[in-house]
Design a binder for this molecule. Structure first.
Ligand code: FPP
Length: 229
């Protein structure tokens, strides 16, 4: 039976959820926060070691300014208000992505929550913020070139991993995308090379720990070969 250490989720469908209910798209994102909290708590209670959530991609800046502004404010509010959820549930917070692009208050909130929760050890919840795999790999190469480490290093694969934002985080075991689309959208392309993939039509605000449990049950019975026989 497969062990699930690292679960990654592409949280899609907030906008459609809102539209179906005749609400503004922003209401869908607000409701999405509730699902983030429930799924994160469930993962902490059920012994997963890492949960990575795709919260804002490098491409999301192309959305209308009003929606981008709303998402930034929502993230700010989330980082402030959810601190107690992290502490009460012994959850460590970590961010991946190009955080430098955010404004200073947001950068500080991210930094502070990482520091305040660094000793928690039930689950590490990783938020992908201004994240794109190609951007991450490009930044890794920039770091490698700047530090000249490639000339002396014989394990190039390890060198790349050590310069990715996910340094020290195990590979993804299971990747779920909600909202019915069947693509990876520039998410964890290096880290999910051998992940089992699962696509569900359920819109993110409707996604529940019960559905997650069913998907994990399916994951456990799959045969993982990692390229061998
Ligand atoms: C996709 O829905 C979701 C996002 C753009 C980002 C996910 C954001 C949240 C769950 C809320 C914020 C989370 C945190 C942790 C602050 P969509 O807008 O693409 O939906 P659609 O495909 O139905 O339009």
């Amino acid at each position: 039976m497969n062990t699930l250490n690292h679960l990654a989720i592409i949280m899609d469908g907030n906008g459609r959820w809102a539209k179906q209910k005749g609400k503004m798209r922003t209401q869908g994102h607000r409701q999405g926060i509730h699902t983030v909290r429930e799924i994160t708590k469930w993962c902490a209670k059920n012994n997963l070691s890492h949960l990575t959530l795709y919260a804002f991609s490098t491409e999301n800046w192309n959305r209308p300014k009003a929606e981008v502004d709303f998402l930034m404010k929502l993230l700010e509010k989330y980082l402030l208000q959810e601190k107690k959820t992290y502490q009460e549930n012994n959850i460590q917070f970590r961010a991946i992505g190009n955080i430098e692009a955010f404004n200073s208050p947001l950068k500080n909130l991210i930094q502070n929550l990482q520091e305040d929760t660094q000793h928690n050890n039930a689950l590490t919840q990783i938020l992908a913020l201004n994240y794109g795999s190609r951007d991450e790999i490009k930044r890794a190469f920039e770091k490698i070139i700047q530090t000249n480490t490639y000339q002396t290093n014989t394990n190039l694969s390890q060198l790349i991993e050590d310069n990715l934002d996910t340094k020290g985080i195990p590979d993804v075991d299971l990747l779920i995308r909600t909202g019915g689309e069947m693509r990876l959208s520039n998410f964890l392309l290096w880290q999910a090379s051998y992940a089992e993939l699962f696509f569900t039509p359920t819109l993110w605000p409707d996604f529940t720990p019960e559905e997650l449990q069913k998907i994990i049950h399916d994951f456990k019975s799959r045969t993982r070969r990692f390229g061998s026989l």
